[in-house]
Design a protein around this ligand. Structure first.
Ligand SMILES: Cc1cc2nc3c(=O)[nH]c(=O)nc-3n(C[C@H](O)[C@H](O)[C@H](O)COP(=O)(O)OP(=O)(O)OC[C@H]3O[C@@H](n4cnc5c(N)ncnc54)[C@H](O)[C@@H]3O)c2cc1C
Ligand code: SF4
Ligand code: SF4
Ligand code: SF4
Length: 434
């Protein structure tokens, strides 16, 4: 096998998204996902003694390339008109009708309630979801949920690396039909893997994407804990979201006490810890999914709704049928949502298509590798180039918290927040503790 066609080359070129799919599809268990402590993310580790060089892992890998045009063609029969959203059949706003589920989930609880519905109706035998580990509450655990309780144990967003693709191994071993839930890069990888593994394609009935503009390294969470004066060993359980909308992070300590931090406060602190590869990702809304379900960040809705609302986009007839069935049995409540309203609430999706070209070009100019995406992107403006420069300068300065540049940047940021009467989370969180 050529060296440039291995997952090791993907890692070396810093293109790995940490999705875990290479490990999940390897027929010889030759790949293990391990946390790289310095980068704070998962990377694959290859055991060359077990590898037969079959190439399955590299072909499933979304890190080096995704041919969106060919997938759109084969999956949906057309290249979508709307390049930010991708192909869609229906577009709705809604929530779970079970108020407890809705309150416990990330936004409106649509993902979890649709999974429970599909399970109870016999449409699926299990679902690939991700919960936080019991024995190490700062690490996520993708697994196949087979009961309502297990699905709910995975509710809520995890703002840390998740190697969801590792659980494909289980799907390949078991009989039955499954739903998979993941970020857009997880879904890209699954679609790529299905091309070589008909068994996988046959077993996956629904591919549910949650949107993602950026994900954050484990160092981001550790930074928040440190700002609160906590050590990883103090933590009994951690949930990033839940408890209403937009929700809050819940940290349960081993001494029996709990701390909560509203999403808006801690999210800002995660920013500098965004993963490098994520800044080169073009797909915010899970364009290759059957169904995408995200936060309905619509100002009028957010003003009155404190429990949770989601938007949901069906992209295939099967997904549309699932939504109709769940709505007709009053498991979920849905009403039509205009495309324009949806995209306005997810402004980043459009910007991403524009900014990405600027980022890609700048990476190439400096001799760095970029993923090969075959899809239409928007022409960047001069402002996009300037903003890209600012973004990376800030990101690198802030990631090195101890560097002089990092401290200067942090001071400038805190000045900016003070001017806008919007104190940075660190001060607020520490203030609460005192
Ligand atoms: C890193 C990240 C960035 C996001 N960015 C946006 C955004 O820009 N705009 C937006 O509208 N929404 C975004 N979301 C999605 C949003 O937070 C909610 O997950 C979504 O609204 C679904 O809500 P729900 O109540 O229907 O889901 P729930 O019923 O709470 O279910 C969520 C499901 O997602 C799975 N899941 C959670 N986190 C991960 C993860 N990291 N990897 C794989 N699977 C996971 C869980 O296993 C669970 O099954 C993001 C989520 C993450 C994790
Ligand atoms: S090339 Fe084949 S055997 Fe080797 S690690 Fe990849 S999937 Fe496994
Ligand atoms: S399949 Fe996923 S985890 Fe494996 S190398 Fe590619 S991007 Fe990284
Ligand atoms: S930004 Fe893209 S590459 Fe990064 S985690 Fe989200 S979907 Fe994956």
């Amino acid at each position: 096998m050529k060296d440039n066609l291995t997952i090791e080359s993907v890692v070396k070129r810093k293109l790995c998204t940490g999705c875990g799919t290479c490990a999940g599809v390897c027929p010889h268990d030759a790949i293990e996902m391990a946390v790289d402590r310095k980068k704070g993310c998962y990377l694959p580790r290859l055991d060359r003694n077990l590898c037969t060089q079959c190439g399955l892992c590299h072909e499933a890998c979304p890190g080096h390339s995704v041919d969106f045009e060919s997938f759109n063609d084969t999956l949906f029969g057309e290249v979508p008109e709307d390049i930010a959203l991708g192909r869609y059949v229906g577009c709705y706003i809604g929530h779970a009708n079970d108020r407890d589920v809705r309150y416990a989930c990330a936004s409106g609880g649509l993902v979890s309630s649709l999974l429970i519905f599909a399970l109870e109706e016999g449409l699926i035998d299990g679902a690939l979801v991700t919960r936080m580990r019991r024995d190490n509450p700062l690490r996520p655990e993708p697994f196949i949920a087979r009961t309502r309780e297990e699905i709910l144990s995975a509710a809520g967003s995890k703002y840390c690396p998740v190697a969801a693709g590792t659980a494909l191994h289980e799907i390949l071993q078991m009989r039955g039909r499954f739903a998979v839930v993941g970020l857009p890069c997880h879904i890209q990888a699954i679609r790529k893997a299905e091309r070589n593994l008909p068994k996988l394609k046959e077993r996956i009935r629904y591919r549910i994407a949650i949107p993602c503009s950026l994900d954050y390294s484990f160092r981001g969470t550790e930074h928040i804990l440190k700002a609160l004066g906590l050590r990883p060993g103090d933590i009994e359980a951690l949930q990033y979201r839940g408890r209403g909308w937009p929700g809050s992070m819940l940290i349960r300590l081993k001494d029996g006490t709990e701390q909560t931090i509203p999403l808006a406060e801690y999210y800002r602190e995660l920013g500098p810890y965004s993963l490098r590869r994520c800044t080169l990702c073009s797909d915010m809304l899970g364009e290759l999914s059957d169904l995408t379900c995200g936060d309905a960040w619509i100002p009028e809705v957010m003003r009155t709704d404190k429990v949770g609302s989601s938007f949901v986009v069906s992209r295939t007839p099967g997904a549309e049928e699932l939504l109709e069935a769940a709505a007709s049995k009053e498991v979920v409540e849905l009403s039509e949502l205009g495309l324009r309203e949806l995209l306005a609430s997810q402004g980043n999706a459009v910007f991403k298509k524009r900014k990405l070209k600027a980022r890609m070009r700048m990476f190439r100019w400096t001799g760095r590798s970029v993923p090969a995406y075959r899809q239409r992107l928007l022409k960047p403006t001069c402002e996009d180039y300037v903003n890209t420069l600012k973004f990376y300068a800030g990101r690198y300065a802030l990631a090195g918290n101890h560097s002089i540049l990092g401290r200067l940047f942090r001071a400038a940021q805190s000045l900016k927040h003070r001017k806008s009467n919007d104190p940075p989370v660190q001060a607020q969180a520490l203030g609460r503790q005192q």
